[in-house]
Design a protein around this ligand. Structure first.
Ligand SMILES: Cc1cc2nc3c(=O)[nH]c(=O)nc-3n(C[C@H](O)[C@H](O)[C@H](O)COP(=O)(O)OP(=O)(O)OC[C@H]3O[C@@H](n4cnc5c(N)ncnc54)[C@H](O)[C@@H]3O)c2cc1C
Length: 598
């Protein structure tokens, strides 16, 4: 019995009010018409698609998975039809600019659509997600000819795209990649090498796949400075746009893995007799810089997978908790307890409330980060573009790592709610934990995100960029005044956590100035977690304020929102304070044990 998915439409719509999306996007000319009237029908339509088309094939994707036969990868039943409907409905391109043939809606809105698509079927969501990366790379850095040939069919979803970075010896450190690219007389390149773990590197959803491949030209400088980016189509494309011969690209095998079984993870061989034909994107040796321009989007997207899995797992867990009769809830008389479901136990409620609170906090963070991307890319004011860029730079590693870690934690809690049935595959809840586990690993491991926050983002503008964010976060405290006892409690906890984060940030800044870098690196992961928890508190405060101002509209819904925010502040946020000793402990204990004694 698979978990059925019902999109949390009301929560989603509310989230756009919490982040004040409509007025903040007014300054972006192309989105000046963006309003609740635009959001509601899109969210409802996408919800219907996810519930009716993607969720029903989530379990078969997990149980059957993608299969390979002599280099051909076959998707599980239902995926080809679902993908066709998905592209025809325009979901693949809803937030792409109209000039590229997309729907022209803000990236902010794709917070909601991505949430629902990945919640209903995480494996499926990877195909359009990776295509989006390829589209960004080509549209930002490709030549006009490349844009004309490749973009229309990628945008329409007729073709999919992939990102080929990893090699067996090159995971986190891409400076060591060895795939070769040799220029030919006709200006194209001969690509030879092996790429590993390439998501949707091969499949039967579409007739062509456009691979973006990182490779090294013969005279390239060593390390990350010598990496170039190439378009390598699976099927070559004729000048008139029709498909030509097969390129020398082959999927050797697909990985057996813990989760996302319907996302083929491919070992790709570029080679054959003359090498695969590749076309340089932009300039030689600029490949990694090009990658960085779309990294923010991709990382926010992967962080959002943590939210998606959490919301789907919460739905399964709360339904199970309402149905499962077991145990006598403390304080309930014997007779009433006979038919009491486990949701009447305080401990079960604690698990569900924890999931609910984290899901809300993550949703606000995700949508806000998406909105910042819109400001960075599309604002007509330079000041707003700069602001968006600065905020995205800081928030992105937090969104990616904090939300993807929380996603694993929440899908783990969901299994606990099910008890033994959670461990049994029949209920379908274990799939979420298995699927969620990849998000802290790919798109830059969470350890790498923490180092990015510590060593690249904390020193931005001599630390002023981060200070500006902390000042804004702190400014929410005054808005919690004069709203009653619940809000006073929230203010107390949030103010304590912000103060502690500010002090810890200053302390780390000193460490960086004193070049005590190993000590700082030892505290990077708990620091990122602390930052995530505090940012979550900031958003939950905004949510509580919005909810209080809307109580008249729907008192049950908004009162519950205030309760969930209060729970977050009182029972989740204080963990942030407990992380300070780990952040400040430095390297000593970690390196006082010999590596062979670990
Ligand atoms: C299912 C799946 C799908 C994938 N899809 C794609 C794809 O489509 N395209 C693609 O190119 N790749 C893809 N990958 C590869 C993925 O991006 C890498 O696995 C990831 O970047 C980590 O590299 P690695 O596995 O080599 O781990 P390693 O780099 O070996 O890291 C192992 C551990 O060491 C830590 N570590 C490494 N270096 C440092 C450091 N400098 N400081 C501190 N800690 C460090 C890491 O944080 C991690 O905890 C995929 C992987 C999987 C499993």
């Amino acid at each position: 019995m698979a978990v059925s998915y019902k999109a949390p439409i009301k929560d989603i719509i509310f989230a756009y009010d919490v982040i004040d999306a409509y007025s903040r996007l007014k300054s972006v000319k192309r989105y000046s018409e963006f309003s609740k009237e635009v959001v509601i029908p899109v969210v409802e339509e996408c919800a219907k698609f996810c519930e009716e088309v993607l969720a029903p094939i989530n379990a078969v994707g997990d149980l059957v998975g993608a299969k390979i036969n002599n280099g051909t990868v076959m998707m599980p039943d239902g995926f080809i039809e679902a993908y066709k409907k998905f592209s025809e409905a325009g979901w693949a391109s809803i937030s792409l600019p109209e000039e590229l043939g997309g729907g022209g809606l803000p990236v902010t809105l794709s917070g909601a659509t991505l949430e629902m698509i990945a919640a209903s079927n995480l494996s499926f969501s990877l195909a359009p997600g990776l295509s989006a990366g390829a589209i960004s790379a080509i549209s930002f850095h490709g030549s006009d000819e490349q844009k004309n040939i490749f973009l229309p069919k990628l945008v329409s979803g007729e073709w999919t795209g992939t990102m080929n970075l990893s090699e067996p010896q090159s995971g986190s450190d891409l400076g060591t990649i060895t795939t070769k690219a040799v220029k030919k007389e006709d200006g194209s390149y001969s690509i030879t090498g092996t790429k590993v773990w390439i998501s949707f590197g091969e499949h039967d959803l579409t007739e062509n796949i456009i691979h973006l491949v990182l490779a090294r030209t013969p005279d390239a400088p060593e390390g990350t400075k010598g990496i170039s980016m190439f378009i390598v189509p699976k099927m070559l494309v004729n000048e008139d746009g029709t498909l030509g011969n097969s390129n020398e690209v082959r999927c050797n095998s697909i990985e057996e893995k813990l989760g996302i079984h319907a996302s083929p993870t491919c070992v790709m061989e570029y080679g054959g007799k003359d090498g695969a034909i590749g076309y340089l994107v932009g300039e030689e040796n600029e490949g990694l810089n090009y990658m960085f321009t779309m990294m923010n989007e991709a990382r926010v997207w992967v962080g959002g997978q943590g939210l998606s899995v959490s919301t789907a797992a919460l739905q399964g867990a709360s339904q199970y908790a309402r149905d499962r009769i077991q145990g006598r809830p403390i304080g309930m008389d014997k007779e009433s307890a006979k038919n009491a479901p486990i949701i009447e136990h305080a401990d079960v409620r604690r698990m569900l409330m924890t999931m609910k609170a984290y899901a809300d906090a993550m949703r606000y963070m995700l949508y806000d980060n998406q909105l910042l991307l819109d400001l960075e890319y599309f604002s007509d004011k330079e000041e707003d573009r700069k602001f968006g860029e600065e905020r995205c730079a800081i928030l992105t590693p937090i969104s990616k790592a904090w939300m993807s870690d929380v996603g694993v934690e929440m899908s783990n809690i969901a299994i606990q709610v099910y008890g033994g049935m959670g461990y049994v595959e029949e209920t379908g809840i274990a799939q979420y934990l298995r699927d969620a586990r990849i998000a802290p690993i790919y798109e830059g491991t969470n350890g790498i995100q923490a180092l990015d926050l510590m060593f690249r983002k904390l020193p931005l503008d001599q630390g002023q960029a981060l200070q500006r964010l902390l000042i804004e976060v702190e400014s929410v405290l005054d808005s919690l005044d004069n709203r009653g006892e619940e809000f006073d409690t929230m203010k107390h906890h949030l103010s304590e956590a912000i103060q502690s984060l500010s002090e810890t940030t200053l302390w780390l800044g000193e460490k960086l100035l004193n070049r005590e870098l190993v000590d700082a690196s030892a505290g990077a992961t708990p620091y990122l977690k602390m930052f995530g928890l505090v940012m979550g508190g900031y958003y939950m405060a905004k949510a509580a304020i919005q909810a209080e101002e809307r109580l008249q509209e729907d008192s049950e819904f908004y009162k519950e929102k205030i309760t969930v925010s209060k729970f977050y502040m009182e029972q989740i946020l204080p963990q942030a304070l407990g992380l300070v000793p780990a952040i400040k402990a430095g390297k000593e204990d970690l390196f006082n044990i010999k590596s062979e004694n670990y």
